[in-house]
Design a protein around this ligand. Structure first.
Ligand SMILES: C[S@@+](CC[C@H](N)C(=O)[O-])C[C@H]1O[C@@H](n2cnc3c(N)ncnc32)[C@H](O)[C@@H]1O
Length: 203
C-alpha cells in the first residue's frame, strides 16, 4: 500500500488515539503471525484479534514488577513491600490475560510468553512474523533493542508499529529517539505517523 494513502486518510482532523490504532490494525496484513510486545491486560490484544484477525497472536510481557508501568520500576529494590505488591498485581494481570484469551489459547490462536521481549525473541525464527506491535519498556535502550531484534524476526515487507512515539513520559524521549535513529539507519521505510503511533515497513 502506498504511504500517501495512509497519510491522506487522516488529513485535516485530530482523530482519537484508539481510532488511529484501529485504522492501523485494519491495514496490517490479515491472517498473519503477529507479536505484541507489552500486553498488560490485553485490551489492545483483543482489538488485534477482532480487527486484524491474525492466524496466531504472540502475547509477550514479563508481567513483573520490574516491567510494570512500562519499566519505570526497573532497577528499583525488589525486596520492598511495594515491589512485592506490584509483583502480585502483575501476576493477577497475567492470570487475567490467560482467562481472557482462554478460547484462543486452546485453539492455538494466542500464545502467551511470560518473558521480556528479548528473551521471548528466541522463540521466533528470523523472517517469521508478519508484523509486531512494540509497546513494552519505553526506555531508549529497550526500544532500540526491540526494534533491532524484531526487525530480524519480521518478514521482508512486514511491519513494526511503535506506540508512544512523541510522548515524553517518565521514559523521556526514549521512544522518539530510538525510533528516529532506527529509521535513519535501518532497512525500513516509515509509512505512517499519527497520534503517537509510528508504522515502519521492512524493506
Ligand atoms: C503500556 S503497557 C502495554 C499496553 C498494551 N499494549 C495495550 O495497548 O493495551 C506496557 C507493558 O509492557 C510490559 N513490559 C515492560 N517491560 C517489558 C519488556 N522488556 N518486554 C515486554 N514487555 C514489557 C509491562 O509489563 C506492561 O504490561
Amino acid at each position: 500500500m502506498h504511504p500517501i494513502f495512509w497519510r491522506l486518510r487522516f488529513a485535516g482532523w485530530r482523530p482519537a488515539r484508539e481510532a488511529v490504532r484501529d485504522f492501523i490494525l485494519a491495514r496490517m496484513p490479515r491472517g498473519g503471525v503477529v507479536a505484541e510486545i507489552g500486553v498488560d491486560l490485553g485490551d489492545f490484544s483483543a482489538r488485534i484479534m477482532a480487527i486484524n484477525r491474525p492466524r496466531v497472536l504472540h502475547l509477550i510481557d514479563p508481567w513483573t514488577a520490574a516491567g510494570g508501568e512500562y519499566g519505570q520500576y526497573a532497577g528499583a529494590g525488589t525486596e520492598s513491600q511495594a515491589a512485592a505488591a506490584r509483583a502480585l498485581a502483575m501476576t493477577d494481570r497475567y492470570d487475567f490475560v490467560r482467562r481472557r484469551f482462554a478460547d484462543q489459547i486452546a485453539r492455538g490462536r494466542a500464545i502467551i510468553h511470560r518473558a521480556d521481549s528479548q528473551s521471548a525473541a528466541a522463540a521466533f525464527a528470523d523472517s517469521s512474523l508478519d508484523w509486531v506491535y512494540i509497546d513494552g519498556n519505553h526506555s531508549y535502550a529497550y526500544v532500540k533493542a526491540d526494534l533491532e531484534t524484531y526487525l530480524r524476526k519480521v518478514k521482508p515487507g512486514g511491519y513494526l508499529v511503535c506506540d508512544d512515539y512523541h510522548y515524553a513520559g517518565f521514559w523521556k524521549d526514549g521512544v522518539t529517539r530510538a525510533v528516529d535513529e532506527f529509521v535513519a539507519a535501518a532497512p525500513v521505510r516509515p509509512i505512517f505517523k499519527r497520534r503517537s503511533q509510528f508504522v515502519m515497513r521492512k524493506l
